[in-house]
Design a protein around this ligand. Sequence first.
Ligand SMILES: CC(C)(COP(=O)(O)OP(=O)(O)OC[C@H]1O[C@@H](n2cnc3c(N)ncnc32)[C@H](O)[C@@H]1OP(=O)(O)O)[C@@H](O)C(=O)NCCC(=O)NCCS
Length: 175
Amino acid sequence: MTDRDDCNAVRLVPVCPQSELGLVDALRELSQSAFSDFGSYRETIDHWLTSDHAVTLCAVEDTQPVGFITYVYRRLRDQVYGEIIALAVASSARRRGIGQRLFEQAVTALKSGAAAVGATCIELNVSHKNASAQRLFFKHGFSLVGSSGRYPNGDRANRMTLHLDSESLPPAASQ
Ligand SMILES: CC(C)(COP(=O)(O)OP(=O)(O)OC[C@H]1O[C@@H](n2cnc3c(N)ncnc32)[C@H](O)[C@@H]1OP(=O)(O)O)[C@@H](O)C(=O)NCCC(=O)NCCS
């Protein structure tokens, strides 16, 4: 069995504030260690977990949370877009396809809901130094569109976008 086969044993579970406390605590720890270079992330994850609009999916192996992704639709003036807010995999579980699985699940979900909310693209921010994450995003068709400021540690936040071709989107569910 390869590491990638092993990744198939990982379940993706939606997380909300009512989820088992151990799961929420584990996500706080995971985000804190994965994003320590970018300042404290504990409050940020709590904010997104309690948001009505954001979705957080946790990758669980046996009973152990090993990664998560958070995504949301946002509106800026007249434009609606999907955004990947955070993606992290525990350092002990990396390079086994878990990050990619979480990412693909989030992109698929954002694409499926795009027509209903009028979203035209999916966006995310990533440090200009984070070559491994950028490689994952490029692999899934995202392109660099500029910078959206700096992280607290001074790294430039690169903005990446995937334009959604309306013809390739699933039709909006009829009301
Ligand atoms: C980025 C991150 C989520 C990747 O998770 P992962 O489970 O290790 O990634 P996967 O095994 O699914 O790899 C998927 C792809 O990502 C890229 N990648 C991931 N880690 C890489 C590394 N160390 N070096 C080069 N490419 C890498 C590759 O393109 C890889 O595909 P490939 O194996 O076919 O080459 C993980 O490294 C992480 O949590 N980093 C810290 C937090 C972070 O940077 N989050 C993203 C910020 S927006």
